[in-house]
Design a protein around this ligand. Structure first.
Ligand SMILES: Cc1cc2nc3c(=O)[nH]c(=O)nc-3n(C[C@H](O)[C@H](O)[C@H](O)COP(=O)(O)OP(=O)(O)OC[C@H]3O[C@@H](n4cnc5c(N)ncnc54)[C@H](O)[C@@H]3O)c2cc1C
Ligand code: SF4
Length: 347
């Protein structure tokens, strides 16, 4: 692992090592650019991941207390933990399911499609599906998404098979195991999915794409990345000319450190990114950094999950499989692009 001096102002500092930060670190490192990745979470590995839901949650999730307010159910049920993201090297990609769908045309045009919503700042995206398509294609190739680039779909587990039989009988036209960033065959020096079922707990086999064991080790090999786990950034600094020139962070011993930088990239996910920009307010930027619009920290949107539960008439063998292998897309009957996850439960 490269070690760059804290006073070296030629480095690019990346805050966060998840989907965004880990990928960017590798892309820059491959081009010969020196990067320092500051990651608040600790380093785990396929060997230290825990195949137990709650213990794993404690190992990977961002558990620093948060607050929420209002009358919504999350505020009542999870007032100190209103969001589920990770604090670990690899970020939430250690934890994600790997479902890798493209947004559809109309989803880029939410305001045009649905009209104004009172009290919301609903807008169309400033980019179109067509403009993003080449980047979707690159990402699918990098992550090895099934049913793209000639990669076969994952096999269905027994739950899926029952679901498949029922859904096709009811007339659903497209029922399959989805587009998943999980190897259905060996690829990119990683093996195929072993159907262990603990995808959310960090995939011990490494079949599921995570920056922890794809992008970051590749970046490390170039000698251009200095990855510092357990380094929590609390402030981005700038020069008198208003140009960002370094960051302040706390190391694993709680000691304040300062890293100089020529560029700072913030990739801390939906809550920590705006929080850090707002925390970095100064006399010159009283409303925080990158906030001339006044919109930083507003318009937070949760990932909507609709759940439907059902029980099968008979017990299905192989029920230790949990999530990924039974993702089903149902595209007919007016449903836009729902993805159905079928967690296995013993009956
Ligand atoms: C249970 C679950 C399942 C999911 N499944 C899917 C799925 O199937 N398909 C899909 O498309 N998406 C899924 N997601 C969402 C997906 O994982 C995220 O959208 C994605 O990881 C976000 O990437 P990111 O780089 O913005 O943040 P992350 O991957 O979360 O990385 C952010 C990193 O920044 C670090 N960080 C934050 N603040 C600081 C700071 N101040 N200093 C230092 N480090 C900091 C964090 O510790 C973290 O490691 C899922 C998410 C969850 C929680
Ligand atoms: S089911 Fe596949 S992706 Fe999930 S943990 Fe097992 S090997 Fe990894």
């Amino acid at each position: 692992m490269a070690k760059f001096d804290q006073g070296d102002d030629s480095v690019v500092v990346i805050i966060g090592s998840g989907a965004g930060g880990g990928t960017l670190a590798n892309e820059l490192a491959q081009k010969g650019i020196k990067v320092v990745v500051l990651e608040a979470g600790a380093m785990q590995s396929n060997a230290t991941f825990i195949n137990d839901e709650w213990k794993s949650f404690s190992q990977l999730a961002w558990l620093d207390p948060r607050t929420t307010s209002g009358t919504w159910r999350v505020a009542k049920d999870f007032s100190g933990l209103p969001a589920w993201v990770c604090k670990t090297v690899g970020g939430t990609t250690t934890h994600w399911a790997g479902a890798s769908l493209r947004l559809q045309e109309h989803e880029f045009k939410a305001r045009t499609t649905y009209g104004d919503i009172k009290g919301a700042n609903l807008m169309d995206w400033p980019v179109t599906l067509k403009e993003l398509e080449p980047y979707y294609a690159k990402a699918e190739d990098k992550m090895g998404v099934t049913r793209t680039n000639g990669i076969p779909g994952l096999p269905g587990n027994n739950n899926f098979k029952v679901m498949y039989a029922g859904a096709t009988k009811l007339g659903y036209k497209e029922v399959h195991t989805g587009n998943m960033a999980i190897n259905s065959q060996p690829r990119d020096d990683r093996g195929r999915c072993l159907q262990l079922g603990f995808c959310f707990q960090g995939c011990k086999s490494g079949a599921k794409w995570s920056t922890l064991y794809t992008e970051l080790p590749k970046a490390e090999k170039t000698g251009n990345m200095d990855l510092r786990p357990e380094s929590h950034v609390t402030r981005i600094e700038h020069s008198t000319a208003g140009l960002v020139n370094g960051v302040v962070y706390f190391d694993k011993d709680g000691k304040e450190q300062r890293q100089k930088a020529r560029i700072v990239c913030v990739a801390g996910n939906s809550i920590e990114t705006p929080r850090l920009l707002l925390l970095s307010a100064s006399n010159m930027f009283k409303d925080g950094l990158a906030n001339s619009s006044g919109q930083v920290g507003r318009n937070y949107m949760r990932h909507m999950t609709g759940s439907v539960y059902g029980t099968f008439g008979t017990a299905l063998p192989h029920l230790s499989l949990k999530l990924v292998l039974s993702v089903t897309r149902l595209l007919s009957r007016g449903m836009s692009s729902p993805t159905i996850h079928m967690p296995a439960r013993r009956v």
